[in-house]
Design a protein around this ligand. Structure first.
Ligand SMILES: [Zn+2]
Length: 77
């Protein structure tokens, strides 16, 4: 569920008791996620993966690019 303090892009499934959460998750782009902790700017974070094939690396780079663009688009929401 969303809380009254959620930004409109929040996709995190907050618990009912968590009416003032300190972070919100946006969409994921493959292994790349975006979100924010209050007081910090929107940021891009990734799931750890020790090694990637060239194809996986290329796809990962593309996901990173899309995540970065999303953050720039939603910074002022
Ligand atoms: Zn939220």
């Amino acid at each position: 569920m969303n809380t009254p303090t959620c930004p409109k892009w929040c996709e995190f499934n907050h618990a009912a008791w968590d009416d003032e959460p300190d972070g919100h998750d946006g969409p994921s782009f493959g292994d790349v996620s975006v979100g924010v902790a209050f007081g910090d700017p929107l940021s891009v974070y990734t799931e750890g993966q020790p090694s990637r094939t060239p194809d996986q690396a290329r796809e990962f780079a593309c996901d990173l690019y899309r995540a970065a663009a999303w953050v720039e688009d939603h910074r002022d929401d």
